[in-house]
Design a protein around this ligand. Structure first.
Ligand code: WT7
Length: 654
């Protein structure tokens, strides 16, 4: 079973020496009372009032948690609007001139929006969306790079109760079409193009190609990002013009039920097809506002930067909704960290006096590799707190981050969560807890999680097992409680959860120590984590297998110094196919079916894939080959001779 193997493989993870947060941080922290864990536990689920209290409700809720079993209804009976919470109330509270959004563009441009300015543009675009026909509950697909129009469009959708579906701009036309089709989305906001490492990406032509295959007619809004005027076809609208037509208009924020859908986001599960995860308005917003407050320690007067792309859940929760709900200044960066120079990130932090910085281990590993001379050239003393998310961070990278970016002082929060959880679930509270590099921390106050064995029994400290969430939480998605298939699709790798009234299996392996600190060991399903981006091996495999000239293919995770995991494709070519040409086609196929990020790092050609006697491809073996590990017992193979060939083919490759 691949699952147990990957748990074993990463069980080497070590935890570094524990560190206390400095008193200067604790003194000013949003949450610094060590009694918070107990207080939440004694008062569950009503403890979550504290999260809901960070929001403004149009209609107060009757119960913190409605429903004794699924479907759970967080803040049942309550009504609110997410755009009102992120904008209007700050404008009304005398903070209209505070900067809401500061944008650093790829071409060296920058733009800032005060809360009043953002409020105005969101209102104008909301009016425009209505004008082109968008109604409450229509799904609007947003296919935009990191430009201010993306959060504007998200909040405009939220204002009129139209769930948005943000599709990462780097995804291909096919991937966009698949998502629009699944969501039955007839509205698309995109742009003409944008620059990526100096080269233009023609976003609009990708969008056009996607529309061709769709059953529904699509109404498209195009942002002129390249600035050279976009020729528009019938049924297409120019963003600037639309907004200008509605200049000065305001749109009453639509009061939504707490359990109404705020947005939809696609992620990769075990299967080949991406799954739509539907998040709620009340529970989600309360969860992300609370965790932005308690874990990221965000204050209204801060400048805060989360480097994740808004195309992923991290950007939704901690670039847009969480920070704006708290009324802080959130920064948006369109570029890459090494352009024009490898000190770009530190230059931006210095120039904008960033207080809190949240990024991914893959980025930290790259920063380490580039060397401390880059951060050392800059004054990073504005930083108060650092965060990481997306994959396990090893103690060496954690310490480097704290020493060289955090001046040896800033607490570092290693936050574990998923697209499905909506917001952070496991982390230290930086104003309360001692940190252990390499361990994320305990489940947050009010969050129930256990590490269990296959029988669902909690494991002893130090033993590895499966991470399960044992209580419902405010940020839980609608999909989880309404779709029967959700659990059914996960059956094969699930530990038994019969002893729990209700539990959610995260598909992650973990260990827990005697203090309850959880160390994550990676996925136990067939999901790859490439630079913090999530893909199913099946998804990539089917793109590779579709290439003419590929007889058979298998895709597994291999090691990668910077990206965490690399994509390894084992390809058995059809008779007469040229390997060089095939390699090129494999790259192109994956890029066009999914995204450049998913393109295999290593393509190994082999006359045959290792198979069991029943003809199943032995992925465990292919993973071990990729990890250069002892292959153990290969006697179950029908074709053991292929193993030696594979190893030497891989050596040639590397
Ligand atoms: C998977 C979820 C959460 C937003 C970004 C990714 C891995 C996430 C950590 C962490 C170790 C982590 C898990 C999880 N993961 N955070 N702090 N330590 N692993 O969201 O694309 O839904 O991926 O990312 O494997 O299951 P996602």
């Amino acid at each position: 079973m691949p699952s147990e193997d990957s748990v074993e493989r990463s069980a080497r993870a070590a935890v570094g020496e524990a560190v206390d947060p400095p008193p200067s941080f604790v003194e000013q922290a949003n949450v610094s009372d060590p009694g918070v864990y107990e207080a939440f536990a004694e008062d569950w689920p009503d403890c979550w009032d504290r999260a809901a209290d960070l929001l403004s409700w149009t209609e107060p809720y009757d119960a913190v948690l409605g429903g004794a079993g699924p479907p759970f209804r967080w803040f049942d009976g309550g009504r609110l609007n997410a755009s009102y919470n992120c904008l209007d109330r700050h404008v009304e509270n005398g903070r209209k001139n505070q900067v809401a959004l500061t944008w650093e563009g790829r071409l060296g441009e920058s733009r800032t929006y005060s809360y009043l300015e953002l409020y105005r543009e969101v209102n104008e675009f909301a009016a425009a969306l209505r004008d082109i026909g968008v109604e409450e509950d229509d799904v609007v697909t947003l296919y935009l790079p990191m430009i201010p129009e993306l959060p504007v469009a998200m909040l405009a959708c939220a204002r009129i109760g139209a769930p948005h579906s943000v599709v990462f701009a780097g995804f291909s036309a096919d991937a966009l079409a698949e998502r629009m089709d699944d969501a039955d989305s007839a509205y698309l906001v995109t742009c003409d193009g944008y620059y990526r490492r100096g080269a233009p990406v023609h976003q609009k032509s990708k969008a056009d190609n996607a529309a061709i295959g769709l059953d529904q007619d699509v109404t498209t809004v195009v942002v002129d990002r390249l600035g050279d005027g976009t020729p528009l076809a019938e049924g297409e609208h120019d963003y600037e013009q639309l907004v200008a037509t509605h200049r000065g208009e305001t749109v009453e924020p639509v009061a939504r039920d707490a359990t109404d859908q705020l947005f939809l986001i696609y992620t990769s599960g075990t299967t080949g097809e991406p799954t739509g995860v539907r998040h709620t308005t009340g529970g989600y917003l309360a969860h992300v506002a609370w965790t932005a407050h308690a874990v990221l320690d965000i204050k209204p007067e801060d400048t805060y930067w989360c480097s994740a792309d808004i195309g992923w859940i991290t950007g939704h929760s901690y670039t847009v909704y969480g920070p704006l709900a708290l009324g802080t200044t959130t920064m948006l960066y369109e570029g890459t960290p090494d352009h024009p120079e490898k000190d770009r990130v530190w230059e931006l932090i210095e120039r904008n006096a960033v207080d809190v910085f949240y990024t991914a281990p893959t980025a930290i590993r790259a920063f380490m590799k580039w060397g401390e001379k880059h951060p050392d050239r800059h004054d990073l003393s504005s930083l108060r707190l650092l965060g990481t998310v997306g994959e396990p961070i090893n103690p060496r990278a954690w310490n480097w981050y704290r020493d060289h970016i955090g001046n040896g002082e800033c607490p570092v929060v290693d936050t574990w969560w998923q697209t499905e959880t909506g917001g952070v679930m496991i982390s230290t509270l930086p104003g309360v807890d001692r940190m252990k590099p390499g361990a994320a921390g305990r489940p947050l106050p009010g969050i129930g999680a256990d590490v269990v064995d296959g029988e669902g029994e909690p494991v002893d400290p130090g033993e590895s097992g499966y991470l399960v969430v044992t209580d419902p939480w405010p940020g839980m998605p609608l999909s989880m409680v309404h779709d029967e298939d959700w659990f059914a699709a996960r059956e094969p790798t699930r530990p038994s959860l019969d002893d729990y009234d209700w539990a959610y299996f995260t598909e992650d392996g973990a260990t827990v120590d005697e203090d309850g600190y959880v160390t994550l060991l990676g996925r136990v399903d067939d999901v790859l984590n490439v630079s913090g981006h999530r893909f199913a091996t099946m998804e990539i495999e089917s793109a590779v297998a579709d290439v003419t000239g590929v007889a058979e293919a298998a895709v597994v995770a291999g090691p990668h110094e910077l990206k965490g995991e690399a994509v390894y494709a084992y390809v058995s070519p059809a008779e007469g196919a040229s390997e060089a040409a095939l390699r090129e086609q494999v790259h192109e196929a994956v890029e066009s079916a999914i995204s450049p990020i998913a393109v295999p790092d290593v393509v190994v050609f082999t006359p045959d894939l290792p198979k069991t006697r029943s003809g199943k491809v032995m992925r465990r073996l292919l993973e071990s080959v990729a990890h250069d590990e002892d292959l153990g017992d290969t006697s179950a193979l029908r074709n053991p001779e292929v193993v030696g060939e594979l190893e030497s083919a891989l050596d040639d490759e590397e």
